[in-house]
Design a protein around this ligand. Structure first.
Ligand SMILES: CC(C)(COP(=O)(O)OP(=O)(O)OC[C@H]1O[C@@H](n2cnc3c(N)ncnc32)[C@H](O)[C@@H]1OP(=O)(O)O)[C@@H](O)C(=O)NCCC(=O)NCCS
Length: 206
């Protein structure tokens, strides 16, 4: 049955090109993952708050390498796009950001992130969300990006708000964590939304 709309992002647009690196001001870069990142991913998942909010742990470098394969394959299959957040000078791993659940037809995806403990509290996650959103709306043709976090994770809520993701409500009992079902707070940003204060500040500093 013919569709009455056209896709927001044509099939092959993302997977047909090399995954880009995206600058986050001068303080970080979003770059594709490499297998050399596996030890740093294992180390990051020793952090109790990453385990808590991402509901898994990494027990070995081989396990992390398997994730890295999935994260890299997601770009080619246009299903999910994963980046490492790294220090531009040293390439040290600072965190992870991803656009999961990509729907090319509607131009939608859901952002997810974590930062290593040493990289937190400097505004970097907010800047990474802002930079990825700018790329997604301006260069990739996304229409809507969602972001959701447990109602017990106020830091993540703050990141979402600072990055211009409006609050849309709470999905009750929608995500299972190690301590049970959590209500999830939904945020979203549309391409047509006004830029966030963080985006305006980043543009002004260029
Ligand atoms: C959530 C996380 C990614 C934030 O990374 P970050 O680089 O420290 O984030 P930013 O520095 O950009 O912003 C953090 C904001 O939260 C605020 N914050 C910190 N602790 C807070 C708390 N307990 N309650 C409310 N706000 C808090 C900070 O003050 C800052 O806001 P401000 O700039 O207005 O002062 C990081 O803490 C993390 O990786 N946590 C563990 C994994 C996780 O929670 N992932 C998200 C799952 S949805």
């Amino acid at each position: 049955m013919p569709k009455l709309t056209t896709p927001a992002i044509a099939s092959g647009c993302l997977g047909g090109m090399d995954q880009p690196s995206i600058h986050v001001g001068t303080s970080a870069i979003l770059r594709p993952w490499t297998y050399d990142d596996a030890p740093a991913v294992v180390e990051a998942f020793r952090d109790p708050s990453i385990q808590r909010w991402h509901v898994r742990r990494a027990d070995s470098i081989d396990e992390a390498r398997n994730w890295l394969t999935q994260w890299r394959d997601g770009w080619a299959s246009e299903s999910e796009c994963h980046w490492a957040i790294a220090a531009p000078e040293t390439n040290e791993l600072l965190g992870r950001i991803a656009a999961k659940g990509v729907n090319l037809w509607d131009g939608t995806a859901e952002l997810a992130y974590w930062m290593t403990p040493a990289a937190r509290g400097r505004g970097l996650c907010t800047q990474a969300v802002t930079a990825l959103s700018e790329w997604a709306f301006r260069d990739a043709g996304f229409h809507r990006l969602e972001l959701e976090h447990s109602i017990h994770n106020p830091r993540s809520c703050r990141v979402a708000t600072k990055a211009g993701f409006s609050e849309e409500g709470v999905r009750r009992g929608s995500a299972r964590h190690a301590d049970g079902w959590h209500d999830m707070h939904v945020h979203a940003r549309l391409r047509s939304d006004q830029p966030s204060a963080t985006t305006r500040a980043a543009r002004a500093s260029v």
